[in-house]
Design a protein. Structure first.
Length: 377
């Protein structure tokens, strides 16, 4: 979920793979196409259903890596004001999210008229719309308007928590040398990651709070400092220790993925620095990197695109497994096309508070209009 200025071929390629995995997980999870096509490849469908969702851990690790790079590359706060940094993050996340949610609300209303399936969201309520517009839906007990919206809220919580931690260290009284403040801030990150991995992440009821996901996010920060350090072994050892103890206490596949992602990202980035910076990616990797660049937009808009194709194909060919399998491929392709449009037309433009408020109001207004029409008013 990086800003357009933060480009790395390795990171973009990793994000591209994770993004594709999430889209295919949702295609397998939300029917009816996957239900009809399942007999053609039951093992693959089961894998996508059960395991592809773990790609979220990769996004958490990459998110922490990029947060450390932008907020505190040397361990101390680089931003001027905590409120300004948090506000900019909210606006940058919210504008594309609101655009995508308007699209999903409209598609859901269209699909609801001819397809009766559990994957089709109900007409939204005012409380639900406001909660989603403020990224508070899980905390307020409201349903999300689209798949994956929960992650946007968690990303914002994690970023805000990180900003506040670094701002607190900077505001401590006394003439501390920069090295000591940096060491204290990094120590807080390590302690927070340990608390999350060893305790909070083992409590399922906390999964709407940043503390539940801080472990993977913190591993990403440690990976960044390992890449930047002249002595990376200590940071790599800390990653292994944090993840290893967490898995020994309670083995969780998602934490294993986060651990491998953090170590792999650190090693790959160091290798990239060591070798020629001018080397270009092979064609297949370049394609993945392009998907990674627009991964946030694809992540946001793909549910509406997949829902639309599901409705058309599942209604016209309700018993044809091959056609429904092709429909899944078409939904994936449409998700990439829609995500590309969103990336070029919305995400790449630096938004303002006025833009965010307009789209938030547009989301609430569109949702209420849809609800009224759905109820025959």
């Amino acid at each position: 979920m990086s800003a357009p200025s933060s480009r790395s071929p390795v990171i973009d390629t990793v994000k591209g793979l994770a993004c594709m995995a999430i889209v295919w997980h949702h295609l397998a999870f939300y029917g009816p196409m996957s239900d009809i096509a399942q007999p053609l490849a039951p093992g693959l469908m089961a894998f996508l259903y059960d395991y592809a969702r773990m790609a979220v851990q990769v996004f958490l690790v990459v998110g922490g890596y990029l947060a450390a790079a932008s907020l505190a590359p040397a361990g101390t706060a680089r931003f001027a004001h905590a409120g300004s940094a948090i506000g900019k993050r909210f606006v940058r996340l919210m504008v594309p999210c609101a655009v995508a949610l308007v699209f999903t609300v409209v598609v859901s209303a269209l699909v609801r008229t001819w397809m009766n399936h559990p994957s089709v969201p109900e007409a939204p309520t005012l409380a639900q719309l406001v909660a989603n517009a403020l990224m508070l839906q899980d905390l307020l007990g409201e349903d999300a308007l689209s798949a994956g919206v929960w992650y946007v809220a968690i990303d914002f919580q994690l970023f805000s928590l990180s900003v506040l931690a670094w701002a607190w260290v900077r505001a401590l009284p006394g003439r501390w040398p920069q090295q000591q403040r940096a060491a204290l801030a990094r120590g807080l990150i390590v302690a927070g990651a340990a608390a999350s991995l060893w305790f909070f992440n083992r409590v399922a009821g906390l999964d709407m709070w940043a503390l539940y996901f801080l472990g993977a996010y913190g591993l990403g920060m440690l990976a960044y400092w390992a890449v930047q350090s002249s002595r990376p072994h200590g940071w790599l050892a800390a990653i292994v220790l944090l993840g290893g103890v967490a898995l020994a206490l309670d083995f969780r596949g998602r934490i294993a993925v986060a651990l491998v992602a953090a170590l792999g990202l650190a090693l790959a980035q160091r290798m990239q620095q060591t070798h020629s910076a001018g080397r270009t990616l092979p064609g297949w990797a370049d394609g993945l990197a392009r998907v990674g660049q627009m991964s946030y937009s694809v992540f946001l808009v793909h549910f509406g695109a997949c829902l639309l194709v599901n409705a058309v194909v599942g209604t016209l060919w309700p018993a044809s497994a091959p056609i429904n399998a092709l429909g899944m491929v078409l939904a994936f392709a449409l998700s990439l096309v829609a995500g590309r449009w969103m990336y070029l037309r919305v995400e790449q433009h630096v938004p303002s508070w006025a833009t965010a408020l307009r789209w938030q109001a547009g989301l609430v207004g569109t949702g209420l209009l849809v609800a009224l029409l759905s109820n025959g008013v």
